[in-house]
Design a protein. Structure first.
Ligand SMILES: Cc1cc2nc3c(=O)[nH]c(=O)nc-3n(C[C@H](O)[C@H](O)[C@H](O)COP(=O)(O)OP(=O)(O)OC[C@H]3O[C@@H](n4cnc5c(N)ncnc54)[C@H](O)[C@@H]3O)c2cc1C
Length: 437
């Protein structure tokens, strides 16, 4: 039975999605979670599992039964012979990082925040940057889930199609209760952040991506500048920023001052190109620290985001077109365009399935019109078989998405098998996978 039943409103982080579910449950263990799914299925109700609500799409919108898995947050002991560890689906990446660090282990690659739950992150193909490394779903070796019939299933790597589908299930295959992850011995990353001319970044892109373990950059619209970030492993002891420098760089410049620039730009859009010229000056810093402390940033400025994955080789051309389009259409954009890279993998709906990928992410400050800008970017990405991030804004439906994934039908077969009655469906899954599936 549900551990709690309330009527309250759920909002995602960006504030652009909300739900007022009939029932709100916070199970403390897998058997309670299983019973909730069984009861909902037999009552003909739909279920949606929510993580930390950091998706911009309606992926986690629950109309009937909302299941918050944040109490399934246990982190097991890392097996030193394999480096694998079983963790509760609802643990946040921040808490997971801390628990692994205490045991001397770490995840090999992470995104740029750590507020998400591990199950939410893998379900949407969340990724960081590093051309030799996959997204987080690629670090999963097994998982336990409750399917739409209320059966508990253990899905292992040698389960083939079911495993590859469950790695990135977009919340549509079942309720994940725990995940087994591959970890790596704890390591220190040195981070070099520096502004660079946009043309230089484009000219040297292949090399920058290849020689750095984790390379990313933020091109600042209305300028010829990009803020680059090179993170590489070091065997030297950590040299973190001093507390004052940490506050100045990461809290004040990247959040307080940047938030002020965004608010000014929203109030007076014509100021945005001039305000943008202040941003490159904020970017020069070198430090090193435990990997998870380098990967994750604070994000206090709220925004909406769309991110497309395209083949790595198309990055410079596609970004050049985005840059020219912004000028031609006269869009005023206060948020940098973020560009990252990962290895390909074989999870069926991974946005990097079968190809080395570049990710181009566009953002708009909360409360600023974004749709025309995002649609123009989406049209450019379509020319490169662009695949949208499952947790970020996009305008594609099942018909368009089917052609972007070679394993689309295989995923749909697994979905029909695991959730034949659509217990885990909502309006987002109906749009992206089709209502009748
Ligand atoms: C500020 C910010 C920074 C971000 N940075 C990055 C980044 O660096 N890289 C990147 O790739 N993405 C990034 N994202 C996107 C984010 O990682 C994804 O949207 C992720 O899914 C959010 O995880 P969550 O725990 O909040 O899940 P939610 O948004 O709550 O849920 C996401 C999906 O997972 C499903 N789900 C959650 N838990 C379970 C479970 N236990 N069982 C089954 N299904 C489940 C939900 O039903 C839903 O479909 C960022 C988002 C924000 C707001």
């Amino acid at each position: 039975m549900p551990s709690t039943t309330r009527t309250r409103t759920w909002h995602n982080w960006a504030g652009n999605q909300s739900a007022r579910p009939l029932t709100w449950c916070e199970p403390r263990d897998a058997s309670t979670a299983t019973q909730i799914v069984r009861d909902a299925a037999s009552d003909g109700r739909r279920v949606k599992v929510v993580g930390s609500g950091h998706s911009f799409t309606a992926a986690a919108v629950a109309d009937d039964v909302l299941i918050d898995v944040s109490r399934l947050d246990e982190v097991g002991v890392v097996d030193p012979s394999t480096g694998e560890v079983e963790v509760g689906a609802g643990v946040t990446i921040a808490n997971l990082n801390d628990a692994l660090a205490r045991q001397g282990w770490a995840l090999a690659n992470l995104g740029d925040i750590a507020y998400q739950t591990i199950a939410g992150a893998i379900s949407t193909s969340t990724h960081g940057t590093g051309i030799g490394l996959t997204g987080i779903a690629g670090q999963v070796s097994a998982m336990s889930l409750v399917d739409g019939l209320g059966n508990q299933r253990r899905v292992e790597q040698n389960d083939g199609a079911v495993f590859r589908a469950a790695q990135v299930g977009v919340g549509a295959l079942g309720l994940i209760t725990s995940v087994r992850l591959r970890t790596t011995p704890a390591f220190v990353l040195e981070s070099r952040e520096a502004p660079m001319r946009f043309d230089r970044v484009m000219a040297d892109l292949d090399e920058l991506v290849s020689v750095n373990e984790h390379f990313e950059f933020f091109w600042i619209p209305h300028t010829e500048w990009a803020l680059t970030k090179r993170n590489n492993r070091t065997v030297d002891p950590p040299r973190p920023l001093t507390p004052l420098r940490q506050w100045w760089q990461k809290s004040f410049l990247e959040n307080t001052a940047f938030g002020l620039v965004c608010r000014l730009g929203r109030a007076r859009p014509s100021l945005i190109p001039r305000l943008a010229t202040a941003l490159p000056g904020s970017g020069q810093v070198t430090y090193s620290n435990a990997s998870h402390a380098v990967f994750a940033s604070q994000r206090r400025v709220r925004f909406v985001e769309m991110e497309y994955s395209i083949p790595r080789d198309a990055c410079a051309e596609a970004l050049g077109r985005v840059k020219r389009m912004i000028d031609a259409r006269g869009f005023l954009v206060s948020f940098p365009v973020e560009v990252r890279f990962t290895a390909g993998d074989d999870a069926t709906l991974s946005t990097a399935h079968g190809r080395e990928s570049a990710y181009i992410a566009v953002h708009m400050f909360k409360g600023t019109p974004f749709e025309d800008y995002f649609r123009e970017v989406e049209a450019i990405m379509a020319d490169y078989s662009g695949r949208p991030h499952w947790g970020k804004m996009h305008f594609l439906d099942a018909e368009r998405l089917a052609g972007l994934y070679p394993g689309w039908d295989e995923f749909q077969d697994v979905r029909r098998d695991l959730d034949p009655h659509g217990v885990f469906a909502n309006r987002y899954t109906e749009r992206i996978f089709g209502a009748g599936e």
